[in-house]
Design a protein. Structure first.
Lengths: 313, 90
């Protein structure tokens, strides 16, 4: 993070997030755990990097010009990041989001000036993607950065997130990040593999609850175009309950208040760290817990039922 | 014997069951055992005799594609989750 320097605009403070050691979470003194705190970006999530990069690239190519409107399917963080970038660069923004997202995120998006269109809760992120694609097709004044297929997304993580970790650490044996669009894992994974060829790139993937899954058909399976699963070395499924136990552990032991996907990443990282005799595990924590405070899972006894019916990351 | 968790989208094919026990020393054998007992699953799980790309098979929480795929050994008492592919990404 830039210290004692003057930033010309808030967008100049995107990236260069802190990397902190997690000594109280590490399973053994010979295995060192580190966390990249992406919640320290200007709007509080890793998506600031992606939003800024996608708009920069579209402006540079001439595709995005004054007079156009930004449109993006998002269940929250990307929308909030795009709202900041759109505001400072002078574009209106419409976000398509599943009706199930938390109130904080909805309110934040409106406060930043975004217009909201809701897609059916039970269709999750896939439903938001489908609806946004339809809207973009009907109205050519929309410019859709579309983080799922935009190469600027993984590139932001190659040149930013991954490069920052590579310059901070002399050794990385395992990288763990959440699997959403695949941008973080593809970009940061590739950059770290350049520096540490033997690295294991591991994805933490959410196990959706029955109610979320139940209304989909297999044909709905959507694999983001930027995601090349063959570039992943491990892929671990993490339940809501395991994510929340990871979050509680992170807060209890290290004082870090993470978002739901951070809990999943910690859970997966501890499992992988347990397989090592010695080494370095780097985790990317995508956001903080603030935007999930209204969710009922923090002190719920039955986490799974408190989290049913929603998409969390 | 492995415990297989059936996702809601496939329960109609197995008479509404949420969990099934299946036999097999590898992932492929477990899936073959399921398909043999519930032929309606074949179209949902296999493509050209191989596990279909849009179905993720997780063995004890880990995607078998990152292990040895359909040849991944299945220990007695393992848990298998079948999961249709889907995106997240906030």
């Amino acid at each position: 993070m830039a210290s004692n320097t003057l930033a010309p605009t808030l967008l100049d403070l995107v990236g260069s997030t802190p990397l902190v050691e997690l000594p109280r979470l590490s399973p053994s003194p010979r295995v060192r755990l580190f966390a990249k705190l992406e919640g320290q970006n200007p709007t509080g999530s890793i998506k600031d990097r992606v939003a800024k990069a996608m708009v920069d690239v579209a402006e540079a190519s001439g595709e995005l010009e004054p007079g156009r409107r930004l449109l993006e399917p998002t269940s929250g963080n990307t929308g909030i990041s795009l709202a900041l970038v759109a505001k400072l660069r002078g574009y209106p923004l419409t976000c398509v989001l599943p009706a199930s997202v938390t109130d904080e995120r909805r309110r934040l998006l409106r406060l930043y000036g975004a217009e909201l269109v809701e897609s059916p809760a039970e269709e999750g992120s896939n439903g938001a993607v489908r609806l946004a694609l339809e809207l973009a097709e009907r109205d050519p004044s929309y410019f859709m950065p579309f983080q799922y297929a935009n190469e600027a997304n993984p590139r932001a993580h190659y040149e930013g997130t991954g490069a920052e970790i590579a310059s901070a650490l002399d050794r990385v044996d395992v990288l763990v990040a959440g699997l959403g669009t695949g941008g973080t894992l593809m970009g940061a994974g590739a950059r770290l593999r350049d520096s540490f060829p033997e690295i294991t790139v591991a994805a933490a993937e959410p196990l959706p609850g029955d109610e979320v899954m139940g209304l989909r058909s297999l044909d709905d399976g959507y694999v983001p175009p930027i995601l090349d699963v063959s570039k992943l070395d491990r892929k671990l499924l993490v339940s809501n309950e395991e994510s929340v136990s990871g979050l509680r552990l992170l807060l209890e032991r290290e004082g870090i208040f993470g978002g739901v996907s951070s809990g999943a990443v910690v859970h997966a990282a501890l499992r992988l760290a347990g397989e090592l005799d010695e080494g370095v595990v780097a985790c990317i924590l995508a956001d903080g817990g603030w935007k999930y405070l209204s969710a009922g899972f923090w002190d719920a006894d039955d986490v799974e039922s408190a989290m049913e019916r929603s998409v969390w990351w | 014997m492995a415990a297989v968790r059936i996702p809601p989208t496939l329960r109609a094919e197995v008479g509404g069951l949420r969990h099934l026990d299946a036999r097999g020393d590898t992932v492929a054998e477990v899936i073959d055992d399921l398909v043999e007992r519930y032929p309606a699953l074949e179209r949902q799980l296999l493509e050209d005799g191989e596990p279909a790309p849009f179905v993720n098979v997780f063995l004890d929480g880990e995607d078998v594609r990152m292990l040895d795929g359909a040849d991944t050994p299945v220990r007695d008492g393992a848990t298998i989750i079948l999961l249709p592919a889907m995106a997240g990404g906030l």
